[in-house]
Write a protein that binds this ligand. Sequence first.
Ligand SMILES: [Zn+2]
Length: 175
Amino acid sequence: MPGSAVALWQGPAQPLRPADRRIALLLDSLWERHFADIPRVNDLVVGYDYPWKRHLGRIRMTLDQRTSQIGLNRLLDHDAVPSGVLVAILTHEIVHYAQGFGSPLPRAHRHAHAHGTVSHELAHRGLARYEDELACWVESAWPSFERRARAERQAAARTDRLVPCAVTSRVVYSL
Ligand SMILES: [Zn+2]
């Protein structure tokens, strides 16, 4: 497998966290075990992204095609989230990469989700059970989990604002 995924970093305002590194390692191990035939033709950056309302993950690519970025909904950075849910989302995004969506590889279809193509590919690779686990979790747990996770984030943000002074050292980083 060419190279290792780099953990997502939003910049000095949001320092690189161990949770993002763990996601990068998980992505690499999934790629190695289940997608070893898929070439990685550009740099891959992965980690927790924004706490979107409408989706759990996404893949996108920079205009120059040098970097693909896989983001997980930041609300999922939580102990209550089963690891199978993270596996399901990451492998879903890897299938998009393999089929040329969010990656420089040739497009296998006109639309990323045409005819259940992602599900078929996951089943073909023996990963259907994770997709099933995700579907169950979204149906049974997501609504209450989302409310609780957003409330916790808002409470944490209020606490953050009480800090009277913050000194940040200059950080040099690259993606
Ligand atoms: Zn998708």
